[in-house]
Write a protein of this length. Structure first.
Length: 94
């Protein structure tokens, strides 16, 4: 169960942080995510670009999530909570 939850949160983070354009998912609400994490949209983008693979090759690893959390001065739990908040309905756990 824990692995399923970690996988779901990781997938959400990858989708939100690396939203695909041109017929893909809607752009992530970067301004809202950054606000909830206590940072600027620009800093969030820079951190995501630095620590997350392009294009996404699957959910981010725990190491990648930890690096993002450290760079933004938040906990991994805070990062996961914000990503879950902005997860598209179609990807929410049922």
């Amino acid at each position: 169960m824990d692995l399923l939850l970690v996988g779901a949160c990781s997938l959400t983070f990858a989708l939100v942080a690396n939203a695909v354009r041109d017929g893909g998912p809607q752009s992530a609400p970067i301004d809202l995510i950054a606000h909830d994490l206590g940072t600027t949209p620009e800093q969030f983008r820079q951190v995501a670009e630095r620590y997350l693979p392009h294009p996404p090759s699957g959910p981010p690893t725990e190491s990648q999530k930890m690096n993002v959390a450290i760079a933004l001065d938040v906990t991994v739990e805070q990062l996961d909570a914000v990503m879950e908040k902005y997860r598209p309905d179609r990807l929410r756990q049922r």
